[in-house]
Design a protein around this ligand. Sequence first.
Ligand code: NAP
Length: 484
Amino acid sequence: MVSRVIPVETFDLVIFGATGDLARRKILPGLYRRYLAGQVPPDSRIIGAARSAMDKAGFQALVREAIEEFVAADKRDPAAIADFTDRLDYVAIDAKGQEGWPALAAMMRQGAVRAFYFSVAPSLFGDLAERLHLHGIADVDSRIVVEKPFGRDLATARALNDTLATHFAEHQIYRIDHYLGKETVQNLMAVRFANILFEPLWNSQFIDHVQITVAETVGVEGRGAYYDKSGAMRDMVQNHMMQLLCLIAMEPPFHFDPDTVRDEKLKVIRALQPVPAEDIVRGQYLATAGAPGYLADAENPDSRTESYIALKVHVANWRWKGTPFYLRTGKKLRARASEIAITFKEPPHSIFDDASGWRENVLVIRLQPNEGMNLKVMIKEPGPGGMRLTQVPLDMSFTEAFGDEGTDMPDAYERLIMDVIRGNQTLFMRGDEVEAAWAWTDPIIQGWEARGDRPKGYDAGSSGPEDALMLMHRDGRRWREIKA
Ligand code: NAP
C-alpha cells in the first residue's frame, strides 16, 4: 500500500527558537523528511530566528548537523539535503527587542502562506505576537504555532489566551499537543467512527473500564529543577492524557471538521468529575545503586512534586456513567510504553462448562513503541481436548500491515506542521479546551497542596508505587503490565 503525499501550498515558515533543542531534534529534521517525501513545494522557505548572531550559511550548517544527528541514515541523501538547506534563511532577532524585525519583514513574500512557530519559552509568546503585528509581518491569514506548556493553571492559561487573542484570531492559533499528531491517536477516531463494529458497544453498558498509560524509563535528570515546578499532572495529564481521554470518550461529531471535533472534546472535559483524594496516587522515584532519586535529580530535597501519578476519573454523562477511566503516567518506570486499553465486560451468560480460560475482550491501542492496535478475543484452543477457551490477539501493527510505509509514517511534528500550512486545526487544542482542562486540573492540585500530601516513593524500574496497584485492586481490577 502506498501512502499518498499531497503537497501543501507554498509557505514561508518562520521558526522562532530555531537554534533550540526542539527545533534541532524535531521541527527541522521533520521538515526535511516532509521535503524528501515531496510534500514541501520547492519554492517554500524556512526562516530560522533566534538571538544568536549567525548568517544564512551558519544556520544551514546547523540544520545539516541536525539532519545528520536526527534523521535515519537511509534518508540522508546529500543532494536532497543540499536542496533542502537552499530553502533556509536566518535572521537574528530578540523577541523582546526591536532589532532584526525589519529584516524579517523584508524577507516575507506575498502569496505564500505565512506561519510562525513559537519554539521559545511561553513567556516570550506575547512579545513575539505583538512584534509580528507592529512590524506588519503577520497578515490576516498568518498562523502561529505555540508549544506546551500552555499555562501552569487556569489563570495563567487564560492570560496567555488573552495575550494571543489581542493579536491573533482563534482560527490563526495552533496550540500543539504532539500526542494528537500520532498516527494511532488519529486512527482511534477512524476505528470508532468509520466502522459500525465498535460504536454500539462503546459505552458503560459494555465497557468495564479504560486504562490509559504513558510510561517512561527516563528520569528528570538534567532538567529536574524545571520539571520540579511542574510535575506529572501538569506535564502529562492536563494535556496529553486529557486529549487521549477525550478521543475515547467523546460523542461522534456530526462531521470531521476542526470545530465540530473540538466541540465534542470540550463536552467531555466539562463532564469530568472532581477527583477525590482517595482516587489519586502520586509518587517519586527512589535512588537506586548508582542512580540518584527524584529528590536529587530535582535538586530539591523537600520536593513534593510527583514524577508519577495515577488517577481514577469519571466522565459524568449518560454514555460513561459507571465506567471509570484509570490514568497513570510516570518517569523511571519498567518500560517505555504508551497505550490505551479498553476492557469490555463479561458476556451475560457462559454456555461453556469449562470457562476457566475466559478473559475479558480488550482493545489495546498502542502509541509507542510499535504503533498499532490489538483486539483480544476468545477462541477455542486448537486441537483435541474438548472445548477449551483461550485468548488470542487480533494484531494490527502498522509496520506489518503497511510494510515500509508503516515504518515510514511521518512523525507527529511533521504531520502537525503540514496541518498548520493546510490551515487544518482539527489536531490542535482550542483555547476553551485548554482552559476547561485547567479548570478540572486546578482543584485536584490545590487539594493535595492544601492537604500537604507527600508523593509515595517507588523503585526505579518498577511499575510505580504500591498504592497505585491498590487503586485498581480495590475495584477488583488490575493494571496491565507495563512492557515495551
Ligand atoms: P531551548 O533549547 O532552550 O531553546 C530556546 C530557543 O529560544 C533558542 O533557539 C534560543 O536561542 C531562543 N530564544 C531564547 N530567548 C530568546 C529571545 N529573547 N528572543 C528570541 N529567541 C530567543 O528550548 P526548547 O527545548 O527548544 O523549547 C522551546 C519551546 O518548546 C518551549 O516552550 C518548550 O517548553 C517547548 N517544548 C520543548 C520540548 C523539547 O523536547 N525540547 C518538548 C515540548 C515542548 P537564542 O539563545 O540564540 O536566542
